[in-house]
Ligand binder design. Sequence first.
Ligand SMILES: C[S@@+](CC[C@H](N)C(=O)[O-])C[C@H]1O[C@@H](n2cnc3c(N)ncnc32)[C@H](O)[C@@H]1O
Ligand SMILES: [Zn+2]
Length: 366
Amino acid sequence: MYTEGSAKFVVGNAFYRPTSQIARDLGVIAAAIYRSDTGHLRVLDAMAGCGVRSLRYWQESQADWVWLNEGNPDLSPIVQQNLRDAIASGCCQITHLDANQIFFDCYNRSDYYDLVDVDGFGSPAPYLGTSLWAVKIGGLLYLTSTDGRTATGHSPSSSLSVYGAYARNHPAAHEQGLRLLIGAVQQQAAAKGLGIEPVFSLFLNATYRVMLRLIKNPSITAQNYGFIGYCQHCGSYQVVSWRQLGRVVCAHDKRPLTLSGPMWLGALHSRQQLKLFVSLAQHWKWFKCLELLQLMEAEVDLPPYFYTFGEIGRRGKIDIPKRDRLIQGLQEQGYRASLTHIDAQAIKTNADLPSCIAVARHIMSG
Ligand SMILES: C[S@@+](CC[C@H](N)C(=O)[O-])C[C@H]1O[C@@H](n2cnc3c(N)ncnc32)[C@H](O)[C@@H]1O
Ligand SMILES: [Zn+2]
């Protein structure tokens, strides 16, 4: 018997990673906030495994209705056992179908969900566009990708298939993984005349997760959907818009940039939603979540990339100061700077790399 939050469940032969609990915790918080905002919560857990998410959405987020789907029918006894109380209360149905069948079935019957959770293995490509068919306008889509190789630019040709983007490798490539995922869904939504807004984005244990809200009006613009340029020569980053393509060079040394994209360039999280999440995490005394949420709040509107301490040290040929001291030093110089939840050995800042190196050098020489 495993425990997460207030849920007790068995796992049997199902795929279940206790280390992903915080990703489920954030899903539960987002769903609970949605429930209290709208007064209703119907959840489609499309790839349920042992059913821990369905159970937690029902028990902790107060879902009115949960559709638990798990493609593997051998897991039926486990999910039936874990959801027995929800089933007995008439709040849960269980199926063992391919997730895409379910999404189209929802669309076919105009049965749209407040939260669709798609927690598959590997690439989410087969479900990126299709899962949107089952989401209510204003509702949430929680997507997972474990395909780090593609997201981090180790297979640009596969990123073309998965994201319609040419992903390259660079030090901030894990943030790029989140942004490619958001960008691809945004583009698919735009093709349907709709838009998305990130609620939160999480990179943890080599897994990329994004919670997106589907909105009525297309959100895609040349400003929020574009490219990141990385200078292999000096390590600087810059955002590159479509109109700059073909004439963009590094601002510092005029060398050509390695371009990755297109991808989402806006905020990774909604500041306003994070505030509500923080209050609930405090109320529930979920302190691990709270710490993560506070980090997310700090990084929310900083540029769409980060500088690792390794790069600062290597490029500047210096020893690196303590993380907090470097952030403080940058802030004293009038820059914005924060740690990032994506990489514990990196900072997000609106200072450029030479300025980070100069501040680090100044601290180390003092
Ligand atoms: C990563 S596990 C789910 C873990 C679970 N959500 C959790 O938080 O513990 C992915 C599950 O999706 C199921 N699955 C994979 N592809 C599927 C598909 N196309 N349709 C339905 N289920 C699928 C697998 O059998 C597996 O149990
Ligand atoms: Zn450069």
